[in-house]
Design a protein around this ligand. Structure first.
Ligand SMILES: [Zn+2]
Length: 79
C-alpha cells in the first residue's frame, strides 16, 4: 500500500490507535527522512518532514533486475 505525496511514494511503517506513520520508500536505501503522519479520526495528513535526501525517482526498478545484480556480484566474488 502506497501513499503518493508530491509525486513521492510513501509506505506505511507503523500505526498507533489513531495514527498511521508513512515513510518515504527510499528511507532505507537512501537514508531519506521524509515522513507523513495520517490522523485517522479526522482523515488528515500532517507532513513531519517534506525534504527528501534524493530527487524524485520515477523510474521503477524492473522486476528481476536486483536479482541479476546480486548474481553478478557473487559471480565476481568467485573469480
Ligand atoms: Zn525520500
Amino acid at each position: 500500500m502506497y501513499l503518493i505525496y508530491q509525486g513521492f511514494p510513501f509506505t506505511k511503517k507503523s500505526s498507533s490507535y489513531n495514527r498511521h506513520y508513512w515513510r518515504c520508500v527510499h528511507q532505507k536505501p537512501l537514508n531519506c527522512k521524509a515522513g507523513i503522519v495520517q490522523i485517522v479520526d479526522v482523515n488528515r495528513f500532517k507532513v513531519m518532514k517534506s525534504e527528501h535526501s534524493h530527487p524524485l525517482i520515477t523510474e521503477r526498478r524492473k522486476p528481476g533486475e536486483f536479482k541479476a545484480l546480486m548474481a553478478k556480484q557473487s559471480e565476481n566474488l568467485h573469480k
